[in-house]
Design a protein around this ligand. Structure first.
Ligand code: 5GP
Ligand code: MN
Length: 316
């Protein structure tokens, strides 16, 4: 059932034992919104646990109390009961093992236009919000707490990363007003930016190999990077790689195909004009108009053919 933000706030207020989760392959918005909500719920004296079923990239280790995020695989409990499971920044199909581990009604808070709210009790969706962190920022107005420096740090990290440091089309006056309030609460934009953009030497060398794989399609309107199994071993994080080909003159759609495992490949897409969420959705994924993704469960070479063909159709 779709609900308004006031009702989402009420659901949080009436629960006492709350589990918060976000999507696998977690980015700044997934981690920032989950941790911010953890700090908010602590301020409200709630019992809260945060589960993310994936590795937390080292860039986010500066966020306050990030070590409290639990990894479902390491939990000995077979089942965890709670009053509420809050799913942030995704629909439930991308939260991994947390879905079966936690037995509780689900409150879903998201900004992805493709979220249809399947299998959740309540969905608060605001596709106008630049980030789920912007929604959590708005939510605070309906909760009996004040913005703390810890909350502000987490929200700023998500807001900054999901907007490409306030460069993408999702950056709105409300986004910048929220950022200003977060800076007033103690956030240092340069500190967050430096930490988010930091790369290990190994990842930098891996990036050099990845850039050599660039190929152009459809008269240069499409550029792709191809991280096959061998190259995938060279990099821990591919964060930001796609942005380097997105900026090439004439490129409408940039994409990156990454081999995650045998017959499991991830696609990331970015576009200037074309709605890539539609392409992602046609392959079982989702996202936003200008940034979307999906998984393709075939061999790497087959996945390459599939994604190039799907992108080609959208250009016609
Ligand atoms: P990225 O390329 O950064 O992994 O993802 C771009 C956007 O698309 C993000 O907002 C992300 O949440 C969304 N996205 C990526 N992959 C998937 C997917 O498999 N399913 C859905 N529903 N959304 C995705
Ligand atoms: Mn997001």
């Amino acid at each position: 059932m779709k609900i308004e933000i006031e009702e989402a706030a009420k659901k949080l207020q009436s629960a006492n034992n709350i589990v918060v989760t976000a999507h696998i392959n977690p980015d700044g918005d997934a981690i920032g919104s989950s941790l911010a909500l953890m700090h908010i719920l602590h301020e409200m004296n709630k019992n809260v646990r945060v589960f993310i079923d994936d590795v937390i990239p080292p860039n986010f280790l500066i966020l306050p109390q990030i070590n409290e995020i639990e990894h479902p695989v390491e939990l000995t409990e077979k089942e965890i009961s709670a009053d509420l499971l809050v799913v942030l920044d995704t629909q439930t199909d991308r939260i991994g093992r947390t879905l079966n581990l936690v037995k509780a009604p689900i409150l879903n808070i998201d900004h992805h236009v493709t979220n249809e709210g399947n299998n959740v009790d309540w969905l608060y969706l605001n596709a106008e919000a630049a980030a789920t962190c912007e929604i959590i920022f708005d939510l605070i107005k309906f909760l009996p707490i004040n913005l703390t420096e810890n909350i502000a740090h987490c929200l700023y990290a998500g807001l900054a990363t999901d907007t490409g440091f306030f460069n993408y089309a999702n950056t709105k006056p409300s986004t910048l007003r929220a950022a200003a309030v977060l800076i007033e609460a103690g956030v240092k934009p340069n500190v967050i930016a430096e930490e988010m953009e930091r790369k290990s030497l190994a990842d930098f060398k891996g990036l050099c190999e990845v850039l050599k794989t660039v190929e152009f399609f459809y008269d240069g309107k499409v550029a792709g990077l191809f991280i096959n199994e061998a190259i995938a071993h060279l990099v821990d994080s591919t964060e930001g790689f796609i942005d380097l080909i997105r900026v090439i003159d004439g490129v409408e759609i940039a994409f990156m195909l990454t081999c995650k495992d045998k017959n499991l490949n991830r696609v990331s897409m970015r576009s200037r004009t074309v709605d890539v969420s539609k392409i992602a959705r046609s392959l079982g994924g989702g996202g936003h108009i200008r940034a979307a993704g999906c998984s393709i469960n075939t061999s790497f070479d087959e996945a390459k053919k599939i994604i190039i063909e799907a992108i080609g159709k959208s250009l016609k």
